[in-house]
Write a protein that binds this ligand. Structure first.
Ligand SMILES: [Cu+2]
Length: 170
């Protein structure tokens, strides 16, 4: 039985993680962030099913985050944002309307930004902004790449957004 589980884990491993999580795997939030990136990339390609799948993984990984190695400040940040992240993630998981996904992605991204700031990894994370999104109020997202792919417009409107901040461990 143990063997079967091991084989299954081994077979699934290459599909479970993105490159981001590989170099930042010591970060307690690495898998949450990797799932967020999958969600973001699903919104870039207007892929509703992938978005829902990714956000369900995100919810699962939020529950699994280990607080053992967190500093006191990190712990405080994580406690403050866990529920907020789960709130938006749950809403996204419960609908197949991509507009509703994007509505919640606005606050999900803001909260995720606060979390990533507290847990900078060795790989850079780019905090990007589109002034047109969110009914002209503008909206942010986090990306693993500097090149703009707009999750609010399905990879259209890539001209106006820009990177506002790069988060990386010093
Ligand atoms: Cu909702």
């Amino acid at each position: 039985m143990k063997k079967i589980i091991l084989i299954l884990l081994f077979a699934a491993a290459p599909f479970m993680q993105q490159s981001y999580a590989q170099t930042n795997k010591d970060q307690p939030i690495a898998k949450v962030l990797a799932a967020y990136m999958n969600l973001k990339n699903a919104l870039v390609t207007n892929d509703v099913n992938k978005a829902r799948e990714s956000v369900k993984t995100m919810l699962y990984e939020i529950e699994k985050v280990s607080m053992d190695k967190m500093t006191k400040d990190q712990h405080n940040v994580w406690m403050k944002y866990t529920k907020k992240l789960s709130y938006d993630a749950t809403h996204i998981s419960e609908t197949d309307k991509i507009d509703h996904h994007r509505e919640h992605f606005v606050s999900l991204s803001k909260n995720m930004y606060e979390v990533v700031k507290a847990f900078p990894g060795s790989d850079p994370v780019f905090y990007q902004f589109c002034p047109m999104a969110n009914e002209g109020k503008g909206a942010y997202w986090l990306s693993e790449q500097e090149k703009i792919h707009n999750p609010y417009y399905g990879d259209k409107m890539n001209g106006c957004p820009s990177t506002k901040e790069t988060i990386q461990a010093k």
